[in-house]
Design a protein around this ligand. Structure first.
Ligand SMILES: Cc1cc2nc3c(=O)[nH]c(=O)nc-3n(C[C@H](O)[C@H](O)[C@H](O)COP(=O)(O)OP(=O)(O)OC[C@H]3O[C@@H](n4cnc5c(N)ncnc54)[C@H](O)[C@@H]3O)c2cc1C
Length: 410
């Protein structure tokens, strides 16, 4: 089936990284441009795009991410996007070293309070894609800290091992990447609307539009006609498509601004820290080019609020995170905590995922791109390219995504 020559009115629900990057690829698809199609991206937050996980993630882009079908397309697309749009300046793109660090925290050194979240802790599972998982590192040759990794304390280090060869891991600033994708899509005609979609409208077997409530107008429902609707609503996707096996896992993160006099070498560290009074803790720590360091903790079972703007930040969880990461680094301890935040990552409750494709069982013209777990930043370009091909050409050319088809999940 080819839909390349007909005019389309596409509505994307959700301006996270998946929605915004899909808008970017769609508005650059030749058939979209030729047919003078329209695209509206609608977002429930009153504060614009990237207010959820997509603005609050670490930003690692890795060849070890999963599923492979998406990684194979996405990594190269990240490189291309960065080259084409000066990602280095625009969204802090750079290649980065990743290492597994194990050691003791110095509780004398650390700032912040001990404590854990009240609900059960869950791993973000980012190291699952490594051969044999993270524990395989014990079989690898362990060595001392790299010469330029000066921002963790050598005397507290028990082991360090590199997790990926040079060129296999990179990073973006997730908020800047997502909002750049939106801005670039707008340059090609995409329209951004602030509102919350309340229902997907069908006529017979075909999608015809969405019902939404404009931001600030709490009850008045309006209609937006569409030939194609793409659900990119992250952890909120099941509120639009009941039965979709997606759940939200809340995770906290902090951003620490370091002193300009203490340059922080470009490393992402997956840590295992003991001795901070919090048991064994495993924060991920990301040096960023702007002089800040991002750190995130484990996930928990906190319930998903109705709107992304209502996510509750547990200050104890943030303080605990600060305590853990400052216990291994004088540079972090000397810094100031700029941001304490939380967000929900969308996870498939039946395993596998993400879910990417046309949900023909529900309606023709209804597409789903959600459930990217801990790898949505990495896998956004591949997902978006596939969605643009699917919507405009009727099939996906860039990858074989059969395993991710909505029929396997709904
Ligand atoms: C702590 C943490 C660290 C992470 N680190 C990384 C990393 O280093 N690398 C990586 O690849 N991934 C990482 N991730 C995962 C990544 O952040 C997510 O997979 C990704 O952001 C999901 O993007 P999304 O667009 O699907 O969802 P979201 O970012 O949640 O966006 C969904 C949007 O849809 C909107 N929405 C919902 N319902 C409606 C509605 N009815 N109407 C209108 N709009 C609606 C929401 O308001 C929201 O803005 C991390 C996640 C967490 C939590």
């Amino acid at each position: 089936m080819s839909n390349g020559d007909s005019r389309r009115n596409v509505v994307i629900i959700g301006a996270g990284i998946i929605g915004c990057t899909t808008a970017y690829y769609l508005t650059r698809h030749p058939a979209f441009l030729q047919s003078k199609s329209t695209l509206t991206l609608i977002e429930a937050s009153a504060h614009g795009a990237a207010q959820g996980a997509s603005g609050k993630a670490g930003g690692l882009v890795a060849k070890w991410a999963y599923p492979k079908e998406l990684v194979n397309v996405s990594f190269n697309e990240h490189v291309k996007l960065a080259n084409e749009h000066n990602g280095k300046e625009r969204w802090d793109w750079r290649f980065v070293s990743t290492g597994s660090w194990e050691g003791r925290g110095d509780s004398e050194l650390s700032a912040g309070r001990s404590g854990t979240t009240l609900t059960r802790e869950k791993s973000l599972e980012k190291t699952l894609g490594l051969d044999g998982g993270r524990k395989a590192k014990s079989n690898r040759k362990l060595k001392g800290l790299p010469d330029d990794l000066l921002w963790v304390k050598e005397n507290l280090t028990q082991s360090y091992s590199s997790m990926a060869p040079e060129g296999a891991t990179a990073q973006v600033h997730p908020y800047l990447f997502t909002t750049s994708m939106l801005d670039l899509a707008k340059e090609k005609g995409a329209e951004f609307k602030s509102g919350s979609v309340t229902a997907i409208i069908k006529s017979g077997v075909k999608v015809t539009g969405v019902e939404y409530v404009e931001a600030g107008q709490s009850t008045k429902t309006q209609t937006l006609a569409a030939t194609d609707v793409i659900v990119c609503a992250g952890a909120w996707s099941p509120t639009l498509l009941p039965g979709l096996p997606i759940v939200g896992t809340r995770a906290h993160s902090v951003v620490i601004r370091t002193a300009p006099s203490a340059p922080i070498a470009p490393y992402v560290l997956f840590t295992e820290i003991t001795g901070t009074g919090n048991g064994v803790v495993t924060p991920e720590i990301y040096a960023r080019p702007d002089g800040t360091v991002y750190a995130c903790g484990p996930g928990d079972d906190s319930p998903l609020p109705d709107n992304v703007d209502d996510v509750v930040v547990d200050t104890v969880a943030c303080e605990s995170l600060v305590k853990n990461v400052t216990a291994i680094s004088e540079e972090l301890r000397a810094g100031t905590v700029d941001v304490r935040q939380a967000c929900f990552l969308p996870v498939s409750s039946v395993g596998g995922g993400p879910i990417v494709g046309e949900a023909t069982k529900v309606a023709k013209g209804l597409f789903i791109a959600t459930g990217h777990t801990c790898w949505g930043i990495s896998n956004a370009p591949g997902t978006a390219k596939a969605m643009a091909e699917l919507v405009m050409e009727g099939s996906i050319r860039c990858a074989d995504l059969k395993k991710l088809h909505p029929s396997k999940f709904l």
